[in-house]
Design a protein around this ligand. Structure first.
Ligand code: ADP
Ligand code: MG
Length: 489
């Protein structure tokens, strides 16, 4: 089934066509062709080697780890890995590019055709799971950064990013709505983070998207596209598509034509503006970089890449569903790799999957949210959480008491069993004690007992609630139910 997202124009409905080029910074501590460091937020020009500054006579040396991470990423989207690939020079002049060319891969990229599946999301207008084609992943250098706000009449250049390794992940023009594009970026980010090839931090610029948009009448050929550069959040990607599609429709309907151009997004005004007409590949005078040998990958290298891949989000989600976890919880638990790892540790410690998933997505996430903490520094360990859930599962404490115990675990760091023992929170099935409370409650609420007997069965919950309250939440709910039924006849 296709997305039914449409832009309504004066001449009818328009379909939107989207392709994304995502630049993802490879997680390594050295640059693509030099040993300089890559830490975020360092003082300007403190992470620049002679290679990155393009000193004459310096030779690039490929960083094996960067190649390895790009290959592992390709494998994670089941893409073709090219055993033979090559670097090309993309020539252009700009003050942030001291070499006068960017080393990239045009003709023979490291990774070929692959794909990634976005999950059905009725609310977002994605009626079924959809595979989005990935055309290629190539490896290239980042440029430096110009700083225009440091001096009234001069600009400065920071070369810390110069030579940093990027993967460019190029999708097919397979997306048809802002929601699909948003889901694609989120899924790609999730996979990169599972693989460990990119930290996915969009605010810090480790991942940014060039957003290609065109419009057409359904059934027509593709229209001319524009490309909006360096969009750095999922929300902005979606906003760019919506705004750009509307702009193109209005333009065409008023008699104009869309020109192939590069545009820039201004988040403050939520609009794009033209930056320059789009170059074609031949404008860059690409040619094979004579300083670098072609890359040739052997079996052992490929095998190591494959063996080092973790379980990926789709496989993990399928495993959770098979274990009886709801689709919603499986989605929530697999989206972020840290949460998935924590949850797997909880299962390994013996927790029952479905109940554990409910507990993590409600109680644990709720508490972490309140505390403003990430799951990776949760004050409660998976082992301690498993013990708490075990006490509920075997009837030692009730669900209500478990919430109190959890609060105390968060405060003290103590184990659940220690807290339960110390504070006398064990659930009781002592029928004598429960029956005594029930008798008191029924006497005190004689009118309600009458109504109940007269057919107002919804009152049963009231009696349960009163009994649990009298027992300070410690009565076994099943026993309470049985005894109440008996007492009420
Ligand atoms: P270039 O080499 O100029 O960058 P590509 O053919 O590599 O062009 O495409 C770049 C991106 O643009 C890809 O992500 C692709 O899916 C997307 N794209 C291509 N044609 C269209 C189109 N008509 N509408 C929207 N996106 C498109
Ligand atoms: Mg391109």
């Amino acid at each position: 089934m296709m997305s039914d997202y449409r832009i309504k124009g004066e001449t009818g409905e328009w379909e939107v066509v989207i392709g994304l080029e995502v630049h993802a910074q490879i997680t390594t501590n050295a640059k693509l062709f030099s040993g300089a460091a890559t830490a975020f937020g360092a003082e300007p020009n403190t992470q620049v080697s002679l290679v990155d500054a393009a000193m004459p006579g310096m030779l690039p040396v490929p960083n094996r780890e960067c190649i390895r991470q790009a290959v592992r990423t390709g494998m994670a989207i089941e893409a073709q890995i090219n055993r033979w690939s090559r670097f090309d020079r993309k020539n252009y002049f700009y003050a942030d590019l001291p070499q006068g060319y960017q080393i990239s891969q045009l003709y023979h990229p490291l990774v070929g055709e692959g794909s990634l599946t976005i999950a059905a999301d009725e609310k977002a207008g994605i009626p079924a799971d959809k595979a989005i084609g990935v055309e290629r992943i190539h490896v290239e250098q980042d440029a430096g950064k110009l700083m225009h706000d440091q001096h009234p009449t001069m600009s400065y250049v920071d070369l810390n990013r110069s030579g940093v390794a990027l993967m460019e992940i190029v999708s097919r023009p397979d997306m048809r709505s802002p929601a699909e594009a948003g889901a694609y970026v989120r899924k790609l980010r999730s996979i990169l983070r599972y693989v460990g090839s990119c930290d996915g931090n969009m605010e810090e610029g480790s991942m940014r998207a060039d957003v290609n948009v065109s419009v057409r009448k359904p059934g027509d050929e593709f229209g001319t596209r524009t490309e909006t550069k360096n969009v750095n959040s999922v929300r902005f990607v979606m906003a760019v598509i919506e705004g750009e599609a509307k702009r193109q429709v209005a333009l065409i309907e008023s008699g104009g034509t869309v020109v192939q151009e590069t545009r820039l997004y201004d988040p403050d005004r939520n609009e794009t503006r033209s930056m320059r007409s789009k170059e074609d590949a031949h404008d860059y005078r690409y040619f094979p970089d004579p300083d670098l040998l072609p890359l040739e990958l052997d079996d052992a290298f490929l095998e190591e890449c494959r063996d080092s891949l973790p379980e990926l989000p789709d496989a993990k989600r399928a495993r959770y569903l098979a274990a009886g976890i709801s689709a919603y919880n499986a989605d929530v638990l697999t989206a972020e790799v840290e949460a998935a790892r924590w949850f797997d540790a909880l299962l390994e410690a013996g927790a029952k999957p479905a109940a554990a998933a409910n507990w993590v997505t409600s109680e644990l996430f709720g508490a972490l949210n309140r505390m403003g903490r990430d799951i990776s520094d949760s004050p409660v360990s998976p082992e301690h959480a498993a013990e708490l859930l075990g006490l509920v599962a075997d009837g030692t404490i009730s669900g209500t008491i478990a919430k109190q115990v959890f609060e105390k675990m968060l405060e003290s760091g103590d184990a659940a069993s220690v807290i339960v023992e110390r504070d006398g929170l064990k659930q009781t099935s002592d029928t004598g004690a429960i029956e005594a409370e029930i008798a008191k409650i029924l006497t005190a609420n004689a009118d309600k007992v009458e109504q109940y007997k007269g057919g107002k069965e919804a009152l049963f919950g009231f009696f349960v609630g009163q009994t649990m309250k009298a027992m300070q939440g410690k009565a076994n709910p099943q026993v309470v139910n049985e005894l109440l039924k008996k007492a009420l006849g």
